[in-house]
Design a protein around this ligand. Structure first.
Ligand SMILES: [Zn+2]
Length: 306
């Protein structure tokens, strides 16, 4: 058997696809031919590895043979390499400072954002009668009294219950010049959205509320309305015009709304209806509101302590 004949059949031998006679002849050749024996060992090892690695891909063994041939070529290239390249190229190093600078910048930016993060704007301040009311805040332990200033944030409650007949004043900020006067005992929860501030009257202390809008320039305001809600009964006062509106929750859940200046709108599940200046109407929890009657002028005096 010649070396060429032997090498043609090596893959078959490795794959166990030769007859006993051929096997004997191949083995006889390889006992005398060191090179063929070495190829056989490499091919066996290589094929085993290939089969293990690539079995799921069902790679055909011709491919393995081609890879082996290429491997043989590159191996000779490799053995020549050290002579030709006396010194291996120095591994490329990256300067450290740009990375340090970037990391430092990120840390600084993060810190700056933490400290400069805008604190939430209060929805209102308790501008008068601070000592007569409590500002309550809700967290996972329930309602508790907010400490510190008279700032009222979205979702807070104002409870004026300890001095019946006395009034406290909530100022909703300069933009609309809007103020709400609460007569104790009165509890409201403040809900502020981008267009509206709602005073939701609590049933256990509905009190009485007077809304006063002092700016009458009708300019376009970001915040459009001030809403007093007693469950389903609602009274809405636009912020664009000067107004004085008295809102008195009643025993049956109705809201009696009297307008001294400006106008208001009342509604429950119904369409909004207007209450014009000088008139009073009452909106129940459900059903139609009462017809407009003349507002009593003395209705509005309570807020001034008369
Ligand atoms: Zn040989």
């Amino acid at each position: 058997m010649t070396c060429d004949e032997c090498r043609d059949m090596l893959q078959d031998l490795v794959d166990n696809e030769v007859g006993p006679a051929e096997r004997s002849a191949l083995e006889a050749h390889m006992t005398t031919c060191v090179e063929c024996a070495r190829l056989h060992r490499q091919l066996s090892k290589f094929t085993t590895t290939m089969v293990k690695t690539m079995a799921p891909l069902k790679t055909n063994v011709d491919f393995a043979g081609q890879v082996l041939a290429r491997f043989e070529e590159s191996k000779s290239d490799l053995t020549r390499m050290p002579d030709e390249a006396a010194e291996p190229p120095a591994p490329r190093t990256w300067p450290v400072w740009p990375f340090a600078a970037i990391v430092g910048l990120c840390v600084l930016t993060g810190l700056a954002m933490l400290f400069l993060k805008k604190a939430p704007e209060p929805a209102a301040t308790l501008s008068k009668g601070r000592e007569l009311a409590r500002i309550m805040t809700f967290d996972d332990r329930g309602w508790s009294e907010a400490q510190g200033t008279g700032s009222i944030y979205n979702g807070n409650r104002v409870e004026a219950v300890e001095a019946p007949g006395k009034t406290v004043e909530l100022d909703f900020g300069a933009e609309g010049g809007a103020v709400a006067v609460l007569r104790s005992p009165c509890k409201v929860q403040i809900q502020k959205s981008s267009r509206q501030i709602e005073l939701a009257v609590l049933q256990d202390a509905p009190g009485r509320i007077q809304i006063r809008i002092s700016r009458g320039d009708k300019k376009a305001l970001e915040l459009k309305t001030l809403l007093v809600s007693y469950k389903l009964a609602k009274a809405m006062v636009p912020l664009g015009e000067a107004a004085v509106v008295d809102i008195e929750p009643g025993a049956a859940g109705e809201l009696a709304v009297s307008v001294k200046k400006g106008s208001a709108q009342i509604f429950n599940a119904s369409e909004k209806e207007d209450v014009a200046e000088g008139y009073a109407r009452t909106i129940p929890q459900s059903g139609p509101s009462t017809p407009a009657i003349q507002a009593k002028s003395n209705t509005f005096d309570w807020a001034d302590g008369k």
